[in-house]
Each structure stands twice: as C-alpha cells, then as structure tokens.
Design a protein around this ligand. Structure first.
Ligand code: FES
Length: 84
C-alpha cells in the first residue's frame, strides 16, 4: 500500500515521503527538497494537502504548528510571452 503515488506531477510515492519524514523533514520545504513532491507543474495544489497531513500525523517529533509546517510560495503559472 506504500506504493500509492501522492505527487502525480513528480511521481513521488507515499513511501518516499514517509522516508523523507523519517530522515528529518519536519515541514513541507524539507519534504520538497528530499522528494520533489510539490515541485511539479501544479506547484503542490494536488499533493500538498496530503504531505501536510503526513507531517501532522502523530507522533510529531518536530512539534511544529500546522502553520509552521506550510511555508509555501504563491502558485506559479506559465505565462505566454505574448501576454507580457
Ligand atoms: S501533484 Fe505534486 S506538484 Fe503536482
């Protein structure tokens, strides 16, 4: 069951995210750096909620609040050169 794909854009599986958390990722940016989850074209709009839930599952060794876990940037959307 750990082979479920969480981030469809980057093909990141649940087991990879759990491994990143075990290795010390305590917030979304840490999971991103280790797995690339949230770095695809949708910029985490699909997968970030699941990553947050995984980070908040007890025991939360980091003890950080949910707001501290999510340090995301505004979504980036492709822009046509003609629109500029
Ligand atoms: S599903 Fe993860 S970045 Fe799009």
């Amino acid at each position: 069951m750990n082979d479920v794909i969480i981030c469809r854009c980057e093909g990141v599986r649940l087991s990879e995210i759990e491994q990143a958390i075990r290795e010390g990722a305590s917030a979304v940016p840490g999971v991103k750096k280790r797995t690339r989850a949230g770095m695809g074209p949708c910029q985490g709009r699909v997968c970030q909620r699941v990553v947050l839930q995984l980070l908040q599952q007890p025991p939360s060794e980091a003890g950080e609040s949910p707001d501290a876990l999510q340090r995301s940037r505004s979504p980036v959307r492709p822009t046509l050169l003609g629109d500029l």
